[in-house]
Design a protein around this ligand. Structure first.
Ligand code: CAA
Length: 252
């Protein structure tokens, strides 16, 4: 795994190209630790996750799981460690450069904005291995693209390309392969130019939409809106609008 920092954002690159960036325990530990560290860095307002070479990630590491038995997996609550990524407060952008299969598709769906290159391929092929998704595929995919498509992908194991993924609502944008990282960096830089508190509140509010009723969600959103009025960034953002100038957010 590689970690770099740009202006206001961090980039995590999965880097096991010979195994198509398959997600083993080491990758889980490294990625979640790097994301937590970037999240705690006051200079970081967004994180990009991408993959080296021709895969984003081709899934959980099948070779690592081949001899895994029920008792070991159950006692270790296998895959539960990935929930640490969902605890990250800054927005995470998945820049999907190639295969995003099984755990790779599930990792992308743990991110907040999915941008795909024209070479991206998504799928939940666990059915071909005699198992089922274990890092959220049956849940997040269903919420993202609906029951019909989620059943189709999880039951047949077929892959879909970037265009179908965008049409289905799985990804936000599709760009030419060569443009992918620039596009992701531009999104990250745009987010970094806003108030960190406001963007964390946006992320929190949208995530709540998946957990609760509409009535409770609307109340939650209103309360966060009310809270945003207590920030210096709200004073600055609204003053800048009225004074016809760019805001200078201080993330306070
Ligand atoms: N785990 C471990 N190794 C993997 C892997 C994975 N998920 N995916 C690919 N690799 C390895 C291959 O074994 C191969 O290694 P060797 O050179 O040592 O043989 C190398 O990466 C290159 O792969 P291929 O030769 O297969 O490349 P290809 O271009 O012919 O095929 C592919 C590409 C279609 C993505 C194919 O590799 C593939 O089908 N991979 C497995 C995809 C999969 O089933 N993912 C789900 C895993 S289970 C899971 O993720 C559970 C969960 O919900 C969390």
């Amino acid at each position: 795994m590689l970690v770099e920092k740009g202006e206001g954002y961090g980039i995590i690159t999965l880097n096991r190209p010979k195994a198509l960036n398959a997600l083993n325990l080491q990758v889980l530990t490294d990625v979640t630790a790097a994301a937590a560290q970037l999240d705690a860095d006051p200079e970081v307002s967004a994180i990009i996750i991408t993959g080296a070479d021709r895969a984003f990630a081709a899934g959980a590491d099948i070779k690592e799981m081949q001899s895994l038995d029920f008792a070991t997996a159950y006692k270790a609550d296998w895959f539960a460690g990935w929930t640490r990524l969902s605890e990250v407060r800054v927005p995470i952008i998945a820049a999907v450069n190639g295969f995003a299969l099984g755990g790779g598709c599930e990792l992308a769906m743990m991110c907040d904005i999915l941008v795909a290159s024209t070479k991206a391929k998504f799928g939940q092929p666990e059915i071909n291995l005699g198992v089922l998704p274990g890092m959220g595929g049956s849940q997040r995919l269903t919420r993202a693209i609906g029951k019909a498509k989620a059943m189709d992908l999880c039951l047949t194991g077929r892959m879909i390309g970037a265009e179908e993924a965008e049409r289905s609502g799985l990804v936000a944008r599709v760009v030419e392969h060569e443009q992918l990282l620039d596009e992701a960096k531009e999104i990250a830089a745009t987010i970094a130019s806003k108030s960190q508190i406001a963007s964390a509140m946006v992320k929190e509010a949208i995530d709540v939409a998946f957990e609760t009723t509409l009535e409770q969600g609307l109340r939650y959103e209103r309360r966060l809106f009310h809270a945003s009025l207590a920030t210096n960034d709200q004073s600055e953002g609204m003053a800048a609008f009225v004074e016809k100038r760019e805001p200078g957010f201080t993330h306070t």
